[in-house]
Ligand binder design. Sequence first.
Ligand code: HAM
Length: 532
Amino acid sequence: MSSKAKFQAIRGTRDLLPPETALWNRVEQTAHEVFRTFGFGEIRPPIFEPTELFARSIGLDTDIVAKEMFSFEDYEPSTVFEYRSALVIWHEPRDVQGPPGPLGTGALAKFQPFAALLSLFCLAGRQAFDNGLIPRTPENDSLLNELVGERDIFLSSIQSRNDRENCADVDRLKERIRRLQLGDELTLRPEATASVCRAYIEHSMQQMPQPVKLYYMGAMFRRERPQKGRYRQFYQIGAEVLGGSDAPAIDAEVIELVMTFFARLGLESTELSINSIGHAADNCRRGYVELLRAELTKVKDQLGADSQRRIETNPLRVLDSKLEHEQGIIAKLPKIADHLCDECKTHYAQLKRQLDLRGVKYVENWRLVRGLDYYMRTTFEITARGLGSQNAVCGGGRYDGLVELLGGPPTKGIGFAIGEDRLILSLQEGGKGSVVEGRDVYIAWLGENAYATAIRAAQNLRKAGVSVELPPSEQKFGKALERASKLGARFALILGDNEVSSGEWTLKTLADGTQAKFAEAALLEYLKQKKV
Ligand code: HAM
């Protein structure tokens, strides 16, 4: 980037600015209040975690893990790292004399330094491996061994090759050198359920009164194609219930919590879809998936490339397809509800009863399978208006067994995450996004005496929670009032020498231009009452 080029927010990320951030704050404040009334406590997990945590939880075949994670290697500066950096930027010197080729010295002089550096790298790498300073993985072990052999072959063949061939060898070796893992693979969190489960295990939360009810809010990262309502850095507000019980009442209460939150915000035209995807057993989901696979294989030729691939990797995800020409085919496929085991059937029936008891309206959608592997039984999604194709504002479901998969005790779990960006968009589209803009009071002061009084007035008003703009330099009253209007102030407090000496301050209401005089204490009282 040239020094004059302007920096811009990275594609798929954006600045949230005032006054919109006031709406974000209102949403988050309401979440804190509503979640507390349901007995949830806030958890703030780190923003990055080992890649393996997400790979294992979300599943290798999912879009998130296969394509969308922002991952990086985390390592301490070390000699191996320095040698690696030197090797990957190495290029042959151009000014070495002597003919390259069988008996010339030029080729050796040019390329031997690379081989020598590679020897040092292999030595330092082996030492770091033995001392556990780089990950002791089988891949690192064999790569280090192989590199020693490849260096020997390279060294012995330098003289018999021309520059182009030697350069190609160097490039190939560089590619291999880059593969040595120097540190842990970390990933910016694409979601937070895995982190909450990791924290549940790490802090032995199974010893706390069960279930443990936690909520979170914050940035998540996925390398998705940016569009309206879809970003690479986006924000979620989510909640998880972890513990020993999988009572359908817990599922229903978690759903009721989201709906209550949405209602409190005035989010309209939401639609809750629910489904049960059973559990991983031959007489339940596994059996259904095999049946689905067999049925899909029969119509394979009529499906798109993604669905064809998913017949092998994850046939359930075919049900998610939005492709127009696949809709008719999918509609004729067997439905999971007809293939659930008795326990899952009962659980689903109970969930619906529990939702009815709470007056929560829903529609059933047998195709709602969700894009993450950890779900079982209950799945749900909520759509809202004004969002175009990205209209899912919340997704969630049950994930019994995930804690165990991550090395913890057998634990039941259910939760959801709301896409805060989409929630805000939908509120704005529905006319519920208005926020109070501007200051309460603009202090128009003139003269040194008045300035000291203005500072004191600003301090007292702010202490009482009134938002105050105190201009840093003197302005003519006309100019000051103009600026007050521009900033959207509701009142202008006029302080000149007359006001200071009489103790009677003038307050102008900017909307209608009326003025009234107040003593200091009375003015404070009046503004406290008027405060928005
Ligand atoms: P999810 O369906 O992947 O589920 O994401 C939940 C919500 O996050 C979506 O419904 C959407 O509103 C929002 N979202 C996802 N990706 C983006 C994006 N690129 N840009 C804007 N918003 C987005 C989960 O993340 C699960 N962890 C939910 C969960 C919690 N299940 C159980 N507990």
